[in-house]
Design a binder for this molecule. Sequence first.
Ligand SMILES: NC(=O)c1ccc[n+]([C@@H]2O[C@H](COP(=O)([O-])OP(=O)(O)OC[C@H]3O[C@@H](n4cnc5c(N)ncnc54)[C@H](O)[C@@H]3O)[C@@H](O)[C@H]2O)c1
Length: 276
Amino acid sequence: MSLSITDNNIAVPPALAGQREQAIYPSLSGKRVVITGGATGIGVGLVSAFARQGAQVFFLDIAADEGAALAASLQTPAVKVAPRFLPCDLTDLDALQACFTQIEALAGGVDVLINNAANDDRHQISDVSAAYWDQRMAVNLRHQFFCAQAVATGMRARGQGVILNLGSISWHLALPDLTLYMTAKAAIEGLTRGLARDLGSAGIRVNTIVPGAVRTPRQMRLWHNPQEEARILAGQCLPERIEPEDIAAMALFLASDSGARCSGRDYFVDAGWYGA
Ligand SMILES: NC(=O)c1ccc[n+]([C@@H]2O[C@H](COP(=O)([O-])OP(=O)(O)OC[C@H]3O[C@@H](n4cnc5c(N)ncnc54)[C@H](O)[C@@H]3O)[C@@H](O)[C@H]2O)c1
């Protein structure tokens, strides 16, 4: 029987409770995996899932308390290599680079990068200043490129690597009050294709994972009230909420050798959400 987080008494947020069993990918054991924005939400699902595969996980996040708590909760005999939390504001490119230098010194390289950090604050078009535009692109787009740049040299030298960028269903649906976030998320699919083309000859695979409406603590706190949940479920083909573990399941497959011929594409995990 494969182990689940709850089987091992690891404290997990409500979003992960009752998680389904996931496949074990032997090719992920021992892989050095960097996950941005790993401290909360989908990031918790990603960090936990890769740790359970026996990967050596480093996760970067600005949320210091949550990151430290998650790392502590995964220090358990069931997790072969305890994930390491590195506090980092990814909008600070010097701090970002310093983290990758530290990871290089600790682990000797990165096999899998998951660009997950983002912030989906709402805004009105009339309120957007040049500074706010720059800040939104810095938190939702820019670091994805610079994290990829930081790992690309080593991946090229080893002739292999996987980069997964988190996009969003939002711009595919044209959701309201999210223009800058959706601009960044649309760009991420272009970023994925550019990186996949330029790095593919070196054996590096790059893909976008496009989540639908995922039941994370932030979404539940801010936006997913019962009325909104009903609207989401009515718009999806599958009338079930999406959990962080569902996004992690796609990430595990794409990062593993089972995804060896997948690159330059966008993989939706949205329960077939066509209607807003
Ligand atoms: N939850 C959803 O329904 C949903 C839907 C579509 C796409 N996504 C995408 O999935 C990814 C994860 O989303 P989530 O819902 O877990 O988000 P979340 O807001 O719950 O978590 C994002 C994490 O990123 C971190 N972060 C934010 N700014 C940072 C910074 N400057 N430096 C370092 N870390 C920073 C946060 O602290 C947080 O831990 C994002 O790319 C998001 O756009 C989520």
